[in-house]
Design a protein around this ligand. Sequence first.
Ligand code: CP
Length: 305
Amino acid sequence: HRHLVDVDVFSEEDLYTVLEEAVRMEEVMKRPLKKVPALRGKVVANMFFEPSTRTRTSFELAEKFLSADVINWSSSGSSTAKGESLEDTAKTIEAMGVDAVVVRNKQVGTPEYLIKKLNGACVMNAGDGARAHPTQALLDLYTAWRHFGSLRGRKMAIVGDILHSRVARSDIYAFSKVGVQVVVSGPRSLVPLHVFDLAEYEPDVRKAVKGADMVYALRIQRERQEEGLFPSIDEYHNQWGINEEVLSHASKEAVVMHPGPMNRGVEIDSFVADGDRCLVLDQVKSGVAVRMALLFLYLAGGGDR
Ligand code: CP
């Protein structure tokens, strides 16, 4: 693949190619001198039109560890604030000799739009609207794979606001592709029909997590919801919040995951978020290795490390 739009074009072999490359990148990160020259002479522009902590900083670190030159662009403080279009902004950045554009935008389809408008720079999707977040799915897969050793035959329960979640869409695809049974749970009003192709829906969270190896809590995305959230935050917390009692229905070895940022006391209790079974910080750490692997595979063609 020349661009990274979503994981739904990845075969199982493609997914494992990224995971195995990420293992090698994790080794690089353990060295006293973390930098390798793989992307020396390449320029990467990180263009974030939506807020981000994890994705933006881990892409930047990954690019720097691979010795790329990095431009960090954000909509505030740039000419976008003066009304410049996405097309003109992207072409302006590309004219400076950029090899790759990492983009996050509220608008679904931004990566494909840029692929059409740009003259060949590699486009990487860092989250487009509620549709896709491929690098998050890959780092989630990597975290779970490193933890369990093998994933085929395991069960994952994804709990929360599936409707507005680009993470859920990409995760459901990636985990089911490698043989994980995916069950989603949450209020029916927050579960879109498309999930039923690849995942079961179980409204009762205790039944959904029964025997699950991975319990994946999603953030309630208040910023993407219309007025009058249903159910209310309190109702949501009481029925679907992940706490120790809910977890007691999962497998004894079950782990808890969350893409961040977390709403503590809403979709996840602090006791669980800070507990031994929570892999949230492993996910963050994996994010750097996985993004290094992706940048390496897409920009250096898997050549010298
Ligand atoms: N998981 C995730 O995408 O986090 P950020 O919004 O902080 O990048």
